[in-house]
Ligand binder design. Structure first.
Ligand code: C5P
Length: 394
């Protein structure tokens, strides 16, 4: 397996005093599971909600809370960190940081740190909307610090509004984004993902087992590496990565239309969708009655990748070939016939490489030959696919 992009990266996590502090414990655990080194600094009020011992146990490092008991910690810790994360960030700390006040471990460490900073506000919606808080957030953003905006929902105080700290996975994604080389910066990537549904009547359709996980991982990794990403997606149950422009479709005709509409200016098309290859020829506008035997005639669906490769100005095209068996020759044929730049082959009958799992085992085929890769996460497959693109485009 490829190591996580956070392996051995040092995250300095500042925890401030709001009820969302309990999520900081989960954040530490997730960062550690990605093999990051995590050190925590806490404000005094945050320790009223959660003890340093909790975060010490989870991070495996001593938590620093007092500027006087360790006079040099606020200099030494930031010096060894790659990234400074403030989660949750209260209105109080945001105000202090925006105006340069440095009277506790978190504010001092912030001023002594020279790298990228992420802050995740968490507070009551009226406080978040307050013009003073908004002005302070703007000051921090204008200075280049990155806000992970709070979410809308039920707040700890029982009210509803915007102010709930961003989900831990969003923070982890932002951490990865900050620590990833932006080698796709300036590129427009169109990822097409998921299955399509081809209707027999208003309530029944033909589809396939695609979960969309491969395409969504590609979109997430492209965003992380700095690309501008549009995701055309068939019906799936996974969440799209924040930052992607998402166009939802159902049928292969809708998918083709969405691709045509969004192809202008695209540098790379990644066609990871499992387009249902068959469309019912005689759609019934009324629900078909059961009991009667009938024959369903099918016609081929439009070939989306071929339609793009036939265009006068066409992007770089990456296609997929999901086969039942080690039939690489089929993938080679598709590469030629559909005019792709390279094709990603996978045998869906192998353990861990089929539908709806988080891993895949792929071979990448281009005019120069075949490169085989071991079983790895779909995110790591995505990294390899974009690395391959970068080598090609040189
Ligand atoms: O279905 P097949 O194995 O031929 O698909 C190979 C590639 O062509 C995939 O990248 C798939 O997304 C794409 N495709 C398409 N339009 C279709 C069927 C497949 O663009 N109707």
């Amino acid at each position: 397996m490829k190591p996580s992009s956070l392996k051995n990266r040092h995250v300095l996590l500042a925890v401030t005093g709001g009820i969302a502090v309990y999520k900081a414990a989960e954040l530490v655990r997730r960062l550690r599971s990605e093999e990051a080194e995590v050190t925590v600094v806490m404000t005094e009020s945050s320790q009223r909600f959660i003890t340093p011992l909790t975060l010490e146990s989870l991070s495996g490092n001593r938590v620093c809370t007092d500027i006087f008991s360790e006079p040099m910690a606020h200099i030494n810790l930031p010096e060894s960190a790659d990234l400074f994360v403030i989660a949750p960030a209260t209105a109080n700390i945001i105000g202090k940081l925006a105006s340069g006040i440095a009277d506790d471990m978190v504010a001092l460490s912030f001023l002594a740190f020279k790298g990228p900073v992420i802050f995740a506000p968490a507070m009551n919606w009226r406080m978040y909307e307050h013009p003073v808080v908004q002005r302070n957030i703007k000051t921090l953003k204008d200075l280049g610090f990155h806000e992970i905006e709070p979410e809308e929902g039920e707040l700890a105080c029982g009210e509803y509004g915007v102010g709930r700290m961003a989900d831990v996975e969003r923070i982890v994604e932002a951490v990865k984004g900050c620590l990833t080389k932006k080698d796709l910066d300036g590129l427009k990537v169109l990822v097409v993902a998921g299955p399509t549904r081809e209707y027999i009547d208003p309530v029944r359709f033909i589809s396939n087992r695609s979960s969309g996980k491969m395409g969504y991982a590609l979109a997430r990794v492209a965003l992380r590496r700095g690309a501008d990403v549009t995701l055309v997606s068939g019906p799936v149950s996974v969440d799209p990565p924040p930052g992607a422009t998402v166009v939802r479709v159902e049928t292969s005709d809708e998918m083709l239309e969405a691709v045509k509409k969004n192809i202008g200016g695209v540098d790379i098309l990644v066609m990871a969708a499992a387009v249902a290859d068959f469309v019912p020829d005689d759609y019934s506008p009324d629900k078909r009655e059961k009991g009667e035997k009938f024959t369903l005639r099918l016609r081929p669906s439009p070939d989306i990748v071929k339609a793009v490769s036939d265009m006068k100005t066409r992007p770089f095209i990456v296609g997929f070939s999901a086969e039942t068996g080690p039939n690489i020759a089929k993938a080679e044929k598709k590469l030629r016939e559909k005019g792709m730049d390279f094709i990603v082959f996978n045998d869906v009958t192998l353990d861990g490489a089929g539908f709806d799992c988080d891993t895949n085992k792929v071979s990448i085929i281009d005019e120069d030959g075949i490169a085989d890769y071991p079983l790895m996460s779909k995110e790591d497959c995505s990294e390899i696919i974009f690395d391959h693109y970068l080598r090609h485009s040189k």
